[in-house]
Design a protein around this ligand. Structure first.
Ligand code: NAD
Length: 335
C-alpha cells in the first residue's frame, strides 16, 4: 500500500516506517521537524535500504496535504503528527488544540477531498483519566484529566462522528500506553529536545552524564514498591501494531479504538533496576514529593488487540532498556 505517515520522523513514526517498509509498503513522510531531525531520514534509508519520499511541511497546510495525497497516490494515512507534552499542554492549551485537533481536521478535510478514507490515529491512554477500574479496557469511561488527553479525545470523537456520517471510512484509533526502547540497530530512537519529560530519555541522559541524577516523584504510592507503575511497551512492538491495524482496516470499515500496551504494570524502581543492568552501573537518584496530576498506576487490557489485530507485545523490559541505551550511546558518540 501507499501510506502517508504524518509526523513520520518522530519517535514512533520513524520506527513504524521501518516496519512498514519491511512489509513492502511504500512509505511517504510529512513532518514539520518541530520535534525531530532531518537526519533521521538518512537513518531510515540505511535501515530500510529505501529512499522514503519526505515533505517538510505542516499537516495544517491543506493545499500541501492535498497535493501529497494526490501525487503520491496515497491509500491510507497514519496520523502521528502532534504535540505530546502533558505539562506544556496545561500551560499552552491553544497551541495544543490548534496542532492536535486543528491538524487532524485539516488532514481529514484533505483526505475527504481526495477520497482517501483509511486512517490510523495515534491516540493515547491519557483519554481514560483517573482509573475507575484496572486494567483499562476500551469501554472504560473517557475523562482525561489534562489538556493533552482532551485533544486526543476530541479527535477520537471527530473520527467517530465522521465514520458515522459516511460508512466508507475505516478508522482505527490506537491508544498507546508508554512506548520506550529503540530499533535494534541503534540508529533511531527517542530524542527529545531539552530536558526530557519522560522517564526513559531522562534515565539515558543521567547515564550519559547530561543530567546529574534521576528524580523519582513519590515513593509512597499504594503500589508494589511505592513508586508509580506504568505499562511500558517496546516501540518496535508498537510499530508492529500499526502493521496489524492496516490489515484490520482492509477487512472492515467503521471506527475502532484499540489499546496497545503489554498489560503488565512496571514500577519506576523496576525500570531503573532493569536499566542499571543494561548500563552495568547504578543510577544516582533522589526521591522527590509526588507531582500533582500523576496517577499512581495504570495499565492496559490488551484482549481487544489480540482478538482484532492478532497482535501481542513480544519484547521484554530488558530489551526495552538495552535498545534505549544502545541508541543513547550512538547519539552521544556523534554529538
Ligand atoms: N510517545 C508517547 O509516549 C506517546 C504516547 C501516546 C500517544 N502518543 C502520540 O503518538 C504520536 C507520536 O508520538 P511520538 O512519541 O512519536 O512524538 P514525536 O514528537 O517524537 O513525533 C511527532 C512528530 O510530529 C511532528 N509534528 C508535530 N506537529 C506537526 C505538524 N503540525 N505538522 C507536521 N508534523 C508535525 C514532529 O516534528 C515529530 O516529528 C503523537 O501524536 C503522540 O501524541 C505518544
Amino acid at each position: 500500500m501507499n501510506i502517508l505517515l504524518t509526523g513520520g520522523l518522530g519517535f514512533i513514526g520513524s520506527h513504524t516506517a521501518t516496519v512498514l517498509a519491511d512489509y513492502g509498503h511504500h512509505v511517504v513522510i510529512i513532518d514539520n521537524l518541530y520535534n525531530s531531525q532531518k537526519e533521521t531520514l538518512n537513518s531510515l534509508r540505511s535501515i530500510t535500504g529505501k529512499v522514503l519520499p519526505f515533505y517538510e511541511g505542516d499537516v495544517r497546510d491543506l493545499p500541501l496535504l492535498k497535493r501529497i495525497l494526490k501525487e503520491e497516490q496515497i491509500e491510507c494515512v497514519i496520523h502521528f503528527a502532534g504535540l505530546k507534552s502533558v505539562a506544556q499542554s496545561q500551560t499552552n492549551p491553544l497551541e495544543y488544540f490548534d496542532n492536535n485537533v486543528g491538524g487532524s481536521i485539516a488532514l481529514l478535510e484533505a483526505m475527504q477531498a481526495i477520497n482517501i478514507k483509511k486512517l490510523i490515529f495515534s491516540s493515547s491512554a491519557t483519554v481514560y483519566g483517573a482509573p475507575q477500574y484496572l486494567p483499562y479496557d476500551e469501554a472504560h469511561p473517557l475523562q482525561p484529566i489534562n489538556v493533552y488527553g482532551r485533544t486526543k479525545l476530541q479527535v477520537e470523537e471527530i473520527l467517530q462522528d465522521l465514520s458515522q456520517s459516511d460508512d466508507a471510512w475505516s478508522i482505527v484509533c490506537l491508544r498507546y500506553f508508554n512506548p520506550i526502547g529503540a530499533h535494534n540497530c541503534g540508529l533511531i530512537g527517542e530524542r527529545p529536545q531539552g530536558i526530557p519529560n519522560n522517564l526513559m530519555p531522562y534515565l539515558c541522559q543521567v547515564a550519559s552524564g547530561q543530567l546529574p541524577h534521576l528524580n523519582i516523584f513519590g515513593d509512597d504510592y499504594d503500589t508494589k514498591d511505592g513508586t508509580g507503575e506504568r505499562d511500558y511497551i517496546h516501540v518496535m512492538d508498537l510499530a508492529e501494531g500499526h502493521a496489524a491495524a492496516l490489515a484490520l482496516m482492509n477487512r472492515q470499515t467503521g471506527f475502532e479504538a484499540i489499546n496497545l500496551g503489554t498489560g503488565n504494570p512496571v514500577s519506576v524502581y523496576e525500570l531503573v533496576h532493569a536499566f542499571e543492568r543494561s548500563i552495568q552501573r547504578t543510577i544516582p537518584r533522589i526521591v522527590q514529593k509526588r507531582r500533582s496530576g500523576d496517577l499512581p498506576i495504570y495499565y492496559a487490557k490488551v484482549d481487544k488487540a489480540s482478538r482484532l489485530l492478532n497482535w501481542r507485545a513480544q519484547r521484554d523490559l530488558q530489551a526495552m532498556c538495552d535498545s534505549s541505551w544502545k541508541y543513547e550511546q550512538k547519539i552521544r558518540a556523534v554529538l
